[in-house]
Design a protein around this ligand. Structure first.
Ligand SMILES: Nc1ncnc2c1ncn2[C@@H]1O[C@H](COP(=O)(O)OP(=O)(O)O)[C@@H](O)[C@H]1O
Ligand SMILES: [Mg+2]
Length: 150
């Protein structure tokens, strides 16, 4: 699985839009694609049509390993090859967990290894602040895309 993180350290640069269109494009070309929403503002999750109940597993549980990884992965309405690990506003609570783990920068990379045979591509929409979540999504990436407002 190739992991691409779309990152920039300010809002409104086009991270979510780039993630969404890249994910749609690759999945519609037949590649099993996992999108990962790592922004507590969860715009990607919303754009893909999800309205989660508070008890539904998200990236928070995926990182903390409190449920099986597969339970955090949702099929999307877009097409059969496009899946999502969603976020909600509770994701912010993972910051302390990541910093206390001592290996926050590599934690997501290790979690993704468990599902790396299932998907060809993983596209991560990064949050805007410089944060522990930001570190772990950059640490998981093979490639970074840094969009910038023209
Ligand atoms: N390539 C682009 N050309 C023009 N507008 C864009 C482009 N990419 C994103 N936008 C617009 O810019 C705004 C911010 O994009 P968004 O993807 O939400 O940024 P971010 O996720 O970095 O906060 C949105 O209104 C979006 O429609
Ligand atoms: Mg965004």
């Amino acid at each position: 699985m190739l992991t691409i993180t779309v990152s920039s350290l300010s809002g409104g640069q086009g991270k979510t839009t780039t993630s969404l269109f890249l994910g749609r494009l690759l999945s519609r070309q037949g590649l099993p694609t996992l999108m990962l929403d790592s922004d507590p503002q969860h715009n990607l999750t919303t754009y893909l049509g999800f309205e989660l109940e508070p008890n539904q597993p998200t990236l928070l549980e995926f990182l903390k390993k409190t449920v099986a990884p597969e339970d955090c992965i949702y099929p999307t309405q877009d097409n059969d090859n496009l899946f999502l690990i969603p976020a909600d506003d509770q994701l912010d609570t993972v910051q302390d967990y990541l910093s206390n783990s001592g290996v926050g920068a590599t934690l997501l990379k290790r979690r993704l290894e468990a599902i790396s045979k299932i998907f060809k591509v993983c596209i991560i929409d990064a949050p805007l602040q410089r944060s522990q979540i930001c570190l772990t999504v950059i640490g998981a990436a093979d490639f970074l895309i840094i969009p910038a407002e023209a």
